[in-house]
Ligand binder design. Structure first.
Ligand SMILES: [Zn+2]
Length: 325
């Protein structure tokens, strides 16, 4: 049977219902948000198409057993190798296999992971196959939501959007996976853009506690005006998350100033933010948000050797251009 995440069930049922009715599309494209478990959905659909029993995927027929062991001869995975783009040779190999008869007398399934990483030549090669559907051959293409796709591929597929789930569904799933308090889970969900799997990893890695500790130090830096005290607490592995934590604090402060009550990220720090805001102005907070965004951008664009200088520069500007103004 399936082990689908609950928010993926409706889309899974719609797709498999169409196949059961005999009008499933031969090429399904899944444009997916990160951290929502799209691979779980796509893999389960592949298993559904490969299974040869009535209750699909049954998990115990010969096809299912081969599939679960990673040995089904009519299932093919096309994915970037060693993080390189998917090349035309890889696609040709797949095309050859699709042109042959199925070895297990069932469906042939090609799963493409990282569709946005097909080179132009590879995309053109796969396009030919998508344009001339073979009987019992199915393509499942998974692509990152934020990456652009070649329009011709898009036009040959039936596209599905795999987005973040509604908050109540994500919350009840997370409550079944961890012991955190509801307020903590909701804050973690917001920090992680409502992506349930990212949120769970965040909670399990103890990042909620690290964030609180880091923001406490940010407060100390703010009170003492001491960038050199905060600087060593930036962690190379977490630096962008740490900046996001500060950015969320400052953007919530701006929302508070503007009397916007909704969509706060730091629900667990409302008192701290209000206290902080007694000494801030709207213009100052706008400036502070800009400084953090610039710092983030510079960290992405400029050589890692200069990370400390960029951080120190940003933290100093917050003091001279916002807190002391
Ligand atoms: Zn089966």
């Amino acid at each position: 049977m399936t082990n689908l995440y609950p928010w993926l069930t409706p889309i899974y049922q719609q797709i498999t219902h169409a196949f059961s009715q005999g009008h499933g599309h031969h090429a399904l494209l899944f444009k997916a948000e990160q951290g929502v478990g799209a691979e779980n959905l796509v893999n389960t659909i592949a298993k559904f198409l490969i299974c040869q029993e009535n209750q699909k995927p049954c998990g115990h027929c010969h096809a299912c057993l081969l599939m679960n062991a990673g040995n089904h001869p009519d299932f093919h995975l096309l994915a970037p190798i060693e993080n390189k783009d998917i090349g035309v040779d890889q696609v040709r190999e797949i095309n050859d296999m699709v042109n042959q008869h199925a070895q297990q007398n069932g469906n042939k399934v090609v799963l493409v992971q990282g569709t946005e990483r097909l080179t132009e030549a590879a995309a053109n090669a796969i396009l030919k196959t998508l344009e001339e559907p073979r009987p019992n051959s199915y393509f499942l293409l998974q692509a990152d939501l934020s990456s652009p796709l070649i329009a011709t591929i898009y036009s040959r597929c039936q596209a599905w959007l795999v987005n973040v789930p509604p908050q109540d569904i994500a919350l009840s799933w997370l409550q079944s996976q961890c012991d955190e308090e509801t307020k903590q889970i909701l804050t973690a969900l917001r920090i992680n853009y409502h992506r349930p799997l990212s949120t769970l990893a965040f909670l399990q890695q103890g990042l909620m506690e690290k964030r609180r500790a880091f923001l406490r130090q940010f407060w100390v830096y703010y009170i003492r005006r001491s960038p050199l005290e905060l600087l060593p607490l930036f962690d190379k592995e977490l630096i962008f998350q740490q900046i996001d934590w500060i950015a969320a604090f400052l953007s919530d402060a701006l929302k508070d100033k503007l009397k916007i009550k909704t969509n706060w990220i730091c629900q667990d720090l409302t008192k701290g933010i209000q206290q902080f805001n007694q000494k801030q102005t709207t213009l100052g907070l706008l400036k502070a948000n800009q400084i953090i965004q610039t710092m983030r951008l510079n960290l992405i664009q400029i050589n890692a050797v200069n990370q400390e200088i960029i951080l120190l520069d940003g933290l100093t500007k917050l003091i001279t251009e916002v807190f002391e103004k």
